[in-house]
Write a protein that binds this ligand. Structure first.
Ligand SMILES: Cc1cc2nc3c(=O)[nH]c(=O)nc-3n(C[C@H](O)[C@H](O)[C@H](O)COP(=O)(O)O)c2cc1C
Length: 414
């Protein structure tokens, strides 16, 4: 019976354990988690979501304080169009986050940064260009383009000296999205080095509509593999979403995937950025507690725990401090939803916003408990302790369980 370790993910002449830990913003997939994946010979991801805030927390910088101070006069104004990121500061924060992570890297694996296009930051093209190029400047091994079609993203990096040597890939959820991307980037004569195919069972935002349940990862992987074969393109495919055991992973590797990307199992790793209290919520969840809703202002459905504090919260939009989802004209679906409530409750007290959530603030405060569809199984991966809490696990334990287990077994911690 085969195991994940019987396969290797090949990037040129580099051979890796075919296991990627997916990017989880905001700082849920921490540098520590990514560094473990790299040390163990796989691929780890950091995320550049809300990178200025992440830098402040990691390195005691003052990016958020400075931006808030600069735009303080606008806090009570519902028009956020003037709230812009300073490109120099954005580059600085990205270089700190990425650069310090890369300096700490040990082992044969790689570290990539997950870069979501939907973080439009009130100036979509310019901010994305700075994020991508600063990550390359800071020595990142590769970039995973996510949460968007990224039709222009390769062009934004085309003049960077590392454009052809860094590993650049994209997350898609359909053959159509991949076709569009390849068509748009054809003139650059640079194929992606890998394609992550994310099915409907993943955590975070979904690349599907609310009819997500009608789709199935194995079918999409087969369709994309067939398309690449017809086009005579050789691009490693990485399957993601709902892969819970080493045997699930092996199944996809046998189906022709070059690697797998996983995340949910690592949300309860010691190295994961979620606070311990939240990790316990993930352990405790039952299948009915995991919902997909349209609360995210991005317009993508998102999977989360039903008892997520962010649901129904009515906080004032925090765009002067954050503003990562402002669309380029100062708009965000949460601001509209919030303002609609203010019309009904002009005193601004006890506001609850049922249809959208202030994702920046809630992700930043770990109050939006996004998760994969298999979260209810996490309790089966560990031991319950005398005080009723579940034991969190080392990333190494989870990684090696994927790498070496067979027969749908999950190794419990010592
Ligand atoms: C808590 C959490 C946060 C996530 N955040 C992001 C993100 O910021 N960007 C992204 O592209 N994918 C994100 N994802 C998706 C993962 O990177 C990964 O592709 C997917 O969850 C794999 O499926 P699994 O969780 O069933 O293993 C997130 C997943 C989880 C569980």
């Amino acid at each position: 019976m085969k195991r994940v370790d019987d396969f290797r993910l090949k990037f040129g002449n580099k051979e890796l354990v075919p296991l990627m830990i997916g990017g989880m913003g905001v700082d849920i997939s921490t540098a520590e988690l990514a560094l473990e994946a790299a040390r163990l010979g796989g691929v780890g991801h950091i995320s550049d979501a809300m990178v200025q805030d992440v830098s402040d927390r990691r390195f005691d910088t003052d990016f958020v304080k400075e931006k808030t101070k600069f735009y303080k006069h606008n806090i009570n104004n519902s028009d956020k169009s003037e709230v812009q990121f300073d490109m120099g500061r954005l580059a600085e924060a990205t270089k700190l986050h990425v650069g310090r992570t890369m300096e700490a890297k040990r082992g044969d694996g790689l570290i990539f940064v997950n870069c979501m296009e939907k973080l439009t930051m009130n100036s979509p093209r310019d901010t994305l260009q700075v994020r991508l190029n600063s990550a390359l400047d800071a020595g990142i091994d590769g970039i995973t383009l996510s949460a968007g079609l990224h039709l222009g993203s390769f062009a934004l990096m085309a003049d960077h000296p590392r454009f052809r040597d860094a590993k650049l890939g994209i997350i898609v959820s359909s053959v159509r999205a991949l076709q569009l991307f390849l068509r748009k980037t054809a003139r650059l004569n640079r194929l992606p080095d890998f394609v992550v195919i994310e099915g409907p069972l993943a955590g975070g935002h979904l690349g599907f509509g609310m009819d997500w349940a009608q789709y199935d990862l194995a079918t999409i992987v087969t369709e994309i593999a067939q398309f690449l074969k017809t086009e005579q393109l050789d691009i490693p495919l990485i399957a993601a979403g709902g892969i819970f055991t080493g045997s699930d992973a092996t199944h996809f590797l046998e189906l022709g995937a070059a690697g797998i990307q996983v995340a949910t199992r690592f949300t309860v790793a010691n190295e994961c950025g979620l606070p311990d209290k939240v990790k316990q919520e993930y352990f405790k969840a039952s299948e009915e507690d995991i919902v997909v809703n349209t609360l995210s202002p991005t317009g993508y459905p998102m999977r989360m725990l039903r008892n997520t504090p962010a649901i129904g919260a009515g906080i004032r939009p925090n765009c002067e401090a954050y503003g990562y989802l402002l669309d380029g004209n100062g708009g965000c679906a949460y601001i509209n939803a919030y303002n609609a409530q203010i019309v009904i409750h002009p005193d601004g007290k006890n506001i609850s916003v049922p249809d959208k959530t202030c994702l920046c603030t809630h992700m930043r405060n770990y109050n939006c408990w996004t998760c994969g569809s298999t979260t209810y199984r996490l309790k089966d991966t560990t031991r319950k302790q005398a005080d009723g809490t579940y034991q969190t696990l080392s990333a190494e334990h989870i990684f090696k369980d994927y790498q070496f287990s067979a027969d749908n077994q999950i190794l419990l911690p010592a």
